[in-house]
Write a protein that binds this ligand. Sequence first.
Ligand SMILES: Cc1cc2nc3c(=O)[nH]c(=O)nc-3n(C[C@H](O)[C@H](O)[C@H](O)COP(=O)(O)OP(=O)(O)OC[C@H]3O[C@@H](n4cnc5c(N)ncnc54)[C@H](O)[C@@H]3O)c2cc1C
Ligand code: FES
Length: 278
Amino acid sequence: MEKVVIKDSNYRIRKGKILRTKQLTKLEKLFEIALDGGESLDQEPGQFVMVSIFGVGEAPISVCSSPTKRGSFELCVRDAGKVTGAMHRLEAGDEIGIRGPYGKGFPIRILEGNDLLMVAGGLGIAPLRSLIKYAFDNRRDFGKIHIMLGCKTSDDLLFEDELNQWFKRMDVHYECTVDRAASDWDGHVGQITTLLPGVHLETERTFAIVVGPPVMYKFVLRELIKKNIPENQIILSFERHMKCGMGKCGRCQIQNLYCCQDGPVFNYADIKNMSEAL
Ligand SMILES: Cc1cc2nc3c(=O)[nH]c(=O)nc-3n(C[C@H](O)[C@H](O)[C@H](O)COP(=O)(O)OP(=O)(O)OC[C@H]3O[C@@H](n4cnc5c(N)ncnc54)[C@H](O)[C@@H]3O)c2cc1C
Ligand code: FES
């Protein structure tokens, strides 16, 4: 596997300023951040940064905006504990530390010219949004785009305004499902796997990109394989506990791979025999 080259500037914590925040759901908040001195983050879709909250600690967070957005970038953060909780207490104007970008993102050059089936569960839409936005901004470089989104209830839907726009687009096939419907939900109900049998795909030119909670992968993979998507055309992104984010501490190791450096995006064909990975 090709190693990611980490630039010198990526070892240091860069200072950033929060430009804007938006509470998306009870637990998730969106942060728009600009690096000091107008520095650009230069991330690829699917890469992550280590966010530093001074005096508290660091946490890996995927960049959820596309590199086509210049001047600032966005993070969608779930309040899960110490660092993310402290981050939720920050507002526009506050300072934040950023290391990175790190890891291997989605393989854009390989995806170009092909159809994309993007499958996101829950918070998985955050990293996938960076690719979705990139593909929209470079629409002619990609074939058909299918987006399948699943979450527990409609209260957990992230980026709701954008989802409505995706639904209206003629050049995108977007579907959304919830596990449990409240009275105001008139859309699809069922787990994300229930959306997949109905999608018409030209399998030889389709790449499936799947991001979601660990429990989702096994079931989605089973459906994709049933649909005859070749194993080397299935791309997955993983979350592992991380410390350094750049291949030094071993915290994120899966057998001989470091999730932070060899991933978080992997080709299914490369990891399918690693039971720990899935
Ligand atoms: C590559 C990568 C990308 C990520 N992207 C996002 C993102 O875009 N948005 C987002 O909200 N979260 C994301 N996460 C998860 C996020 O890093 C963790 O929720 C965060 O590190 C928790 O830190 P904390 O100090 O707030 O929680 P802690 O107080 O340390 O722990 C609280 C709980 O979170 C769990 N936890 C800690 N670290 C992780 C981890 N790395 N993955 C999963 N659970 C963890 C702990 O087991 C514990 O149950 C990502 C993780 C990785 C590895
Ligand atoms: S987080 Fe340290 S090696 Fe991956």
